[in-house]
Write a protein that binds this ligand. Structure first.
Ligand code: AMP
Length: 191
């Protein structure tokens, strides 16, 4: 069982590399953002509630996010492992993830943190907003999401450093080069 968190600010490439890694290693890709977006499209109660926070660039409350985690773990019992993308984003979420995985005897192995500066993040996300129509990819909300990342999510870097699980990768450059670095660092660190 291989469980990995792909960590980083919005626009750091978490989604892109999580998809590639999940495919390469045959792992289940759990993106809480993707799950919320699909719930919004399907107009579920969870989707309607999450949307209020996502539109403002705020975090969806921990209890809703944790529900998504628990139901996914429950529904994917046959998975060979998980790539967590955009989750956890708070200390409470990280502790819950540890509790659940440890209870199952399948602890988190690694957290790969993608480093990208704010200027590049804003450039990438404004472009993604234009290309995809994602409503939270506009400059005002992007700035809010970066702020939320710095205040609520970046403290997890310390949390995982203390667990000796954090590995940092330069997220600036060509996708294939970054992905090759991610694969190399995983192979070097997982026996
Ligand atoms: P993402 O697709 O990961 O960029 O997430 C888009 C938005 O969904 C975020 O800005 C949050 O509003 C919400 N979201 C996704 N994952 C989480 C999470 N783990 N905790 C709280 N909010 C989340």
């Amino acid at each position: 069982m291989l469980n990995i968190v792909i960590f980083g600010p919005p626009g750091s490439g978490k989604g892109t590399h999580s998809v590639k890694l999940a495919e390469k290693k045959q792992l289940y890709h759990l993106s809480t953002g993707d799950i919320f977006r699909s719930q919004i499209v399907n107009k579920t109660i969870l989707g309607l509630e999450a949307k209020q926070y996502m539109d403002k660039g705020a975090l969806v409350p921990d209890d809703l996010v944790i529900k998504v985690l628990l139901s996914t773990l429950e529904n994917q019992k046959d998975a060979k492992g998980f790539i967590f993308d955009g989750f956890p984003r708070t200390i409470i979420q990280a502790q819950k993830l540890d509790d659940e995985l440890n209870k199952k005897g399948i602890p988190l192995k690694l957290v790969i943190s993608l480093k990208v500066n704010d200027e590049e993040i804003i450039k990438r996300l404004v472009k993604r907003g234009i290309d995809s129509g994602r409503t939270d990819d506009n400059e005002a909300v992007i700035k809010q999401r970066i702020d939320v990342y710095n205040k609520q999510t970046a403290p997890l870097l310390d949390y995982y450093t203390r667990q000796n699980k954090l590995l940092c990768i330069d997220g600036f450059g060509e996708i294939e080069d970054i992905f090759a670095n991610i694969c190399k660092i995983i192979d070097e660190n997982i026996k």
